[in-house]
Design a protein around this ligand. Structure first.
Ligand code: NDP
Ligand code: OXD
Length: 309
């Protein structure tokens, strides 16, 4: 069995060594144009040239959860696209979202500013019941995040494509229930995949519906930058309709040094690090899926390319 590795923006050597150790029966090499035909590829944001060069791939294993960059390519019909399932990401995502939710709810940024000015002052406590959190996407990451938020006793809503019933969550589904979901949520957490149906879903109209249309909504976007219509965000913050936003992902990454998001007082920017790929756990997961595929067994995380996730 031959495995080719093609990782844009990642050092391939530790992945190649890890895959060789986990699959001693396989030949694992870094991809270069004209390489010998491989059975599987391990990829992050590969060029179309990889697929043109390797039309016989049976599996293409992404080292991340989001497959939007892969689905922009022309993938041969027999190549199964496989996403990473959690592999240590969901706990990180839960930490990140709870951290920024609580920082906003408890006004810790205001306390920090007061502290820097040497002022000992209290703020009036706010009530959790007024801060219902809406989680968009109840997949591998969204469900874990929604449950973690529930542990802090915030009311939690969830929105997904198909109808769900999850303990502790008020579940909404489909386009027909989207407005009701937004209206019933004050803090919005985006954990949707980027697909034609979800591109631009965070915009002036939808974000204005948060909190029953009242001012004070808050956005945490940890999915993809292209979910947000950038030009709509700052006017909503400046008018007070939104109280703030935490953004981990951007349409163009790295975010340009002169982008206004960096310096807006109501926006917190982090550099696409809310849930990092954990190499060891990911190699173990990919290796066991490759083995299962080779033995004709079913595997989790096969992407439905027509649905887009
Ligand atoms: P999953 O595929 O497991 O879950 C996707 C969820 O979104 C599902 O609940 C699905 O509904 C729902 N969904 C999809 N399309 C729609 C739609 N049109 N309307 C309503 N709901 C929809 O993905 P993950 O939880 O693993 O990851 C989510 C995203 O997080 C990734 O695609 C990636 O972009 C991003 N990500 C970001 C990281 C970061 O560091 N910032 C790290 C990892 C991932 P249903 O359940 O009905 O199918
Ligand atoms: C992912 C990511 O999709 O890192 O895994 O964004």
């Amino acid at each position: 069995m031959r495995i080719t590795v093609c990782l844009t923006d990642n050092r391939p050597d530790p992945w190649i060594e890890g895959l060789r150790a986990a699959l001693p029966e396989a030949e694992v090499e870094n991809w270069a144009p004209g390489a010998a035909p491989a059975d599987h590829a391990v990829v992050w944001s590969p060029p179309q040239a990889l697929l043109d060069d390797q039309p016989g791939l049976r599996g293409m294993f992404n080292i991340g959860a989001g497959v939007d960059a892969l689905l922009k390519l022309k993938v041969p019909p027999q190549t199964r696209v496989v996403r990473l399932d959690d592999a240590g990401m969901s706990v990180q995502m839960a930490e990140y979202v709870c951290h920024f939710l609580i920082r906003h709810f408890r006004e810790f940024d205001a306390y920090e500013a007061e502290g820097r000015a040497g002022r000992w002052s209290y703020r009036k406590p706010r009530e959790r019941k007024d801060f219902t959190v809406g989680v968009m996407g109840l997949g591998v990451l969204g469900e874990r995040v929604a449950k973690a938020i529930g542990q802090f006793e915030f009311p939690v809503n969830g929105w997904s494509r198909s109808a769900k019933s999850i303990d502790g969550l008020r579940c909404f589904s489909g386009e027909s229930e989207f407005d009701a979901f937004l209206g019933a949520s004050r803090v919005l957490v985006n954990l949707l995949p980027l697909t034609p149906a979800t591109r631009g879903i965070l915009n002036r109209e939808t974000l204005s519906k948060l909190n029953g249309g009242q001012p004070g909504g808050y956005l945490i976007n940890v999915a993809r930058g292209a979910h947000l219509v950038d030009a709509d965000l700052i006017p909503l913050l400046d008018s007070g309709q939104l109280a703030g936003a935490t953004l981990d992902v951007f349409e163009v990454e790295p975010l340009a040094a002169d982008h206004p998001f960096w310096r807006h007082p109501k926006i917190t920017v982090t550099p696409h690090g809310s849930a990092r790929t954990e190499r060891e756990a990911s190699i173990a997961q990919i290796a066991s899926k490759i083995r299962a595929m080779e033995q004709g067994e079913p595997i989790a995380g096969v992407v439905d390319v027509t649905r887009g996730y």
